[in-house]
Design a protein around this ligand. Sequence first.
Ligand code: FES
Ligand SMILES: [Fe+2]
Length: 346
Amino acid sequence: MFLRNAWYIAAWADELGEKPLGRRVCNEPIVLFRDSNGAAAALTDRCCHRSAPLSQGTLVATGLQCGYHGLIFDGSGKCVAIPGQSRIPDDARVRSYPVVEKDQLVWLWMGEAGRADPGKILDFPYHNDRAHWPNKHACYPIKGNYMLMVDNLMDLTHLGYLHAKTVGGNPAAHVGAEMKTTRTSTGIKFTRWLRNSVPPPTYVKAAGFTGRVDRWQEFEWVAPSSVLQWTGAADVGTGAYEGKREGGFQFRLFHGLTPETETSCFYFWSCANGYRQNEPAATEQLYSEIAPTFVEDKEMVEAQQARMTELGEAGLVDIAADANRMTMRRFMERMIAEEVGARAAE
Ligand code: FES
Ligand SMILES: [Fe+2]
């Protein structure tokens, strides 16, 4: 079951171009496009004439034209033209969804339209601040429930194993990391310190570390399914732990998970480097180091989903490293129960 009254990422802003984009979100077929004014729009991906998917249509001056018999719809879903007739019936319309474009992301509201509050969309201004945080992004389709990816980000002990060759580092350093978790009004925030640890291969390549480092990872989960990450490292004992973290080796990652179906999702992620900002090669290098790491996560989550589909979840045990993951899951269960309860009461 999905939380309906929530903002989900439907696309990167630059995915909305010359052609309409079909994307299933929370199990509903949606078509995304830019209307005649360039504003992002989202409609049910079904023409109200004979049910053709509108995502197979084309963009024309007045809106989105169905590829079957040529009806045209504007961004609000209203039919604005029918070939061969001047009268347009009032019910010639397609459902539209609230959409907001912010920080290079296209956010979509899947619940009751009257409750859509753009003020509740999280801020990630770094995507727009290319001078200080040059960045690059991608969207990975994953054949796994979106929460499995959020789980993955809530338990970083997997880094030392699954990502040993990239961002991982020594497994013992991860399991023994110093961790502090706090609740926020929209989720949880946790900071991990791997002090006096061996820098992982990715860090050495990017920053040229020659010895041990003090390494931090700050994660904020924002319900339902975004994770904001700030990570970096400094030569051991040079004051990073005490607060001197600006200016050194650091990067920010954005992770946004959007449910497609119960067993598939979209992983919208970006990386922004906060070092060597004037060198486009640094951004490229970070991206090309991170991208395969997230493929490792994708493949593990897909394998996990396949087993869960086959064998269910009975008999799975929780371990100490699951603490944040479980807090996150309980938070989500509460939100969904509240929403279902409110709907039942109406
Ligand atoms: S199905 Fe879309 S115009 Fe006929
Ligand atoms: Fe991972």
